[in-house]
Ligand binder design. Structure first.
Ligand SMILES: [Zn+2]
Ligand SMILES: [Zn+2]
Ligand SMILES: [Zn+2]
Length: 154
């Protein structure tokens, strides 16, 4: 009984490149605050089956297996980087390759949460990025950023 490793035949595992030079200029800095809805349909053709989200302008466009509007969006705008709603992989058109980076963690996490309704199993990878010593002082999630109204009225 020999276990045939199917994935070796025909399928080669993708190793995303980690040095995409287009990343810094093409991701929105406040991605962590962006609400991601993975069921959003393509902006152009309204197909909701297999879409990509542009990390530059947050537009949603369908894959090349549907109507290719994601590739078209890249052609029209030169926005190079998109994330797949299907498998959360990130593609750079300019690198012509899958990419990965610690900078992209909040993005993939936001999509994962939208898709599965829970934090990804490896989400603590995000936290070990900071070397600061956490003094567990019972801090809760405060979500008041963004509201800038006068707090004093007398
Ligand atoms: Zn790139
Ligand atoms: Zn489309
Ligand atoms: Zn775009």
């Amino acid at each position: 009984m020999s276990t045939a490793t199917n994935w070796q035949a025909g399928f080669h595992p993708v190793t995303p490149r980690t040095n995409c030079p287009h990343l810094h200029d093409n991701i929105s800095p406040n991605w962590a605050e962006v609400t991601v809805d993975v069921s959003k349909p393509c902006t152009e053709c309204n197909d909701a089956s297999e879409n990509w989200r542009c990390l530059r302008c947050q537009g949603v466009y369908c894959s090349r297996y549907i109507n290719g509007h994601a590739a078209e969006h890249h052609k029209n705008t030169s926005h190079p980087i998109s994330i797949s709603f299907s498998d959360l992989s990130i593609w750079c058109y300019d690198c012509d390759d899958y990419i990965t980076s610690r900078l992209l963690k909040p993005i993939t996490t936001a999509l994962y949460v939208s898709k599965f309704g829970e934090m990804p199993p490896n989400s603590n990878d995000i936290e070990i990025a900071s070397e600061e010593d956490t003094t567990g002082s019972g801090e809760g999630p405060s979500n008041s950023a963004g509201e800038s109204g006068p707090s004093k009225s007398d």
